[in-house]
Design a protein around this ligand. Structure first.
Ligand code: G3H
Length: 538
């Protein structure tokens, strides 16, 4: 196999279409409708893609972003608080149709920025070109779908309900100020999957981009500034502890949308002085297992497990992070799985057919090797020929077998291209492992015997948020609920659920008397209220 180091390109080998401007120094951040300039210290953005020179592959710093302090982040929060104005601001009181118009203007501007954003996804987080394009397009579709769901919600909630002599109109109103933070593996999609529902429901937002995949927000900054009233969306940069800690300590954040580790989420939530006022929606750690029963269709199980464990190098919260295979088929499964994994092509994100790419987290290869060494020291072995190979930000897909409960790989979320394979004899062993896990996002079941699959569905239905039959774990379609139990999540996201997360049902109710009916009718026909209305413009 080509040594991984040789896969890094020289400058001349980088195709014109994916080249970045020499150095992207970003000093602007968005507060109160203004792109403010930061004159202080910057945070360098180092690409996971090294560039080959005569001295060998060298790290490439592609730009820098502002290292703001708590002073600037609190100014952003103040702008959001002012724009919300205790629910009396322009944005929270705007009609739904008008809010949608603002978001549609943003969408049109966003579509124009596809190429720079996709290129930055490749350079900043090493995502393949196909997956980067998919992330961009999926995000646009998600916003379009969210608008459609909001129109539907608005239509249905304009109907009056009658119950026990009381008539009411039940609508959804915003919560207040939302803090939205996304993860580095889906820095656009996952972040916007909370940011846009928050905005559409009338909240004002402070948004802090992920730790990697930060510069890719820059091409959208002007659109954010121009498409929303001042203070409605504020974008800050810098170290989480310094910037976000201050926001939580202020007690002025009403909704906390965070995709990251449960440790990080707990620390931040604890800082809020009035936790009962804080609504949280969290997407956290996971250790999704695939359970491969003895009658599974092996070709399908192998295909699904390859993409399930290794697409985007295993850096998906929904990735399969532990394969549990019945002893009677572990030999043929490993043989076919290993052959398929060995075919995965490593290379640069923009190269056709590539699926293994450099990892954005500094020191990740060393961390992964630590997990593998621990397993090997306790009796496992690396199954595939190139397993364990690494070079700088590259780590080759590594299949480790047999993994046992005492190894870190059995319980720790590797979030990378290491595939632990465990063997089981009795399905009770598998059930016990899932029940005792700290995580509860999803699992995959591979098999054909309906009685057995039915029994296992029942065993797992109170353990995880989604049970996948004969396919890998995944979030999509985005209209399906996405959640988890235990340390894996708080709340549910989907196109429709996200709109609920960022709003509270608020109703106007009156006894159904002739006078009240006439009063309500007058308000409706004369358009005397924006909230109590049966008008919808869709
Ligand atoms: O990282 C977590 C993502 O929500 C996973 O989404 O299953 O579509 O890759 P996905």
């Amino acid at each position: 196999m080509t040594s991984l180091d040789e896969l890094f390109p020289s400058d001349a080998q980088i195709p014109e279409a994916v080249r970045l401007p020499a150095y992207l120094e970003q000093r602007e951040y968005l507060v109160d409708g203004e792109l403010r300039r930061w004159e202080g210290e910057l945070n360098p953005v180092q690409s996971p893609v090294y560039v080959r020179t005569e001295q060998g592959p060298q790290p490439r710093v592609i730009g820098a972003t502002p290292l703001l302090t708590s002073r600037e982040s609190l100014a952003a929060l103040d702008a959001a608080v002012k724009a919300y104005d205790l629910g009396r601001g322009v944005w929270p009181t705007l009609r739904v149709a008008q809010r949608i118009e603002h978001v549609e203007r943003f969408l049109a501007a966003m579509r124009q920025q596809r190429t720079p954003v996709v290129n930055l996804l490749m350079w900043e987080i090493g995502k393949t070109q196909g997956d980067s394009e998919k992330e961009f397009d999926r995000t646009v579709d998600l916003i379009v779908e969210t608008i459609r769901a909001l129109k539907e919600l608005d239509r249905t909630s304009s109907r009056f309900v009658q119950e026990q002599g009381i008539m009411a109109q039940i609508r959804r109103a915003p919560m207040g100020v939302a803090l939205c933070m996304g993860p580095y593996n889906y820095p656009l999609n996952e972040t916007f999957s909370t940011l846009f529902p928050a905005l559409l429901m009338g909240n004002t937002v402070v948004f802090k981009p992920a730790k990697f995949g930060v510069l890719l927000i820059q091409p959208l900054l002007t659109a954010f500034r121009d498409c929303f009233p001042p203070g409605v969306i504020n974008i800050i940069y810098g170290k989480g502890r310094e910037t976000v800690g201050a926001l939580m300590e202020s007690g002025k954040v009403d909704v906390f949308a965070f995709i990251g580790t449960n440790k990080g989420a707990s620390e931040l939530k604890r800082m809020h002085p009035r936790p009962h006022r804080l609504k949280a929606v969290l997407g956290l750690d996971a250790k999704n297992p695939a359970i491969i029963l003895e009658d599974a269709d092996l070709d399908n199980a192998v295909k699904e497990c390859v993409t399930g464990t290794l697409s985007f190098n295993g850096q998906r919260c929904t990735a399969l992070k532990l394969l549990m295979v019945h002893r009677s088929i572990v030999g043929p499964f490993l043989e076919r799985f290993t052959a398929a994994v060995e075919k995965l092509k490593p290379g640069m994100p923009w190269e056709p057919g590539v699926s293994i790419t450099p990892l954005p987290e500094p020191g990740k290869a060393t961390y992964l090797q630590g997990l593998v060494d621990d397993a090997v020291a306790k009796g496992a072995r690396i199954v595939n020929a190139r397993g364990g190979q690494s070079a700088r930000s590259f780590y080759a897909p590594t299949i480790v077998y047999p993994v046992t409960g005492d190894m870190r790989l059995a319980t720790e979320e590797q979030f990378g291209p290491v595939v632990p394979v465990m063997v089981f004899d009795d399905e009770d062993e598998v059930v016990k492992l899932v029940v005792n896990s700290s995580f509860g996002q999803q699992l995959s079941l591979f098999g054909r015997d309906s009685a057995r699959i039915g029994r296992l569905i029942d065993a797992f239905s109170n353990q995880v948020g989604r049970i996948n039959i004969n396919c890998q774990c995944q979030r999509g379609p985005d209209t399906f609920p996405f959640n988890g139990r235990k340390d894996s999540a708080e709340g549910t996201l989907s196109v429709a659920d996200a709109l609920r997360v960022f709003s509270i049902r608020t109703l106007v109710a009156a006894k159904t008397t002739p006078d009240n009916t006439a009063l309500v009718q007058s308000i409706l026909t004369r358009h005397e209220s924006s909230f109590l209305t049966t008008d919808f413009l869709f």
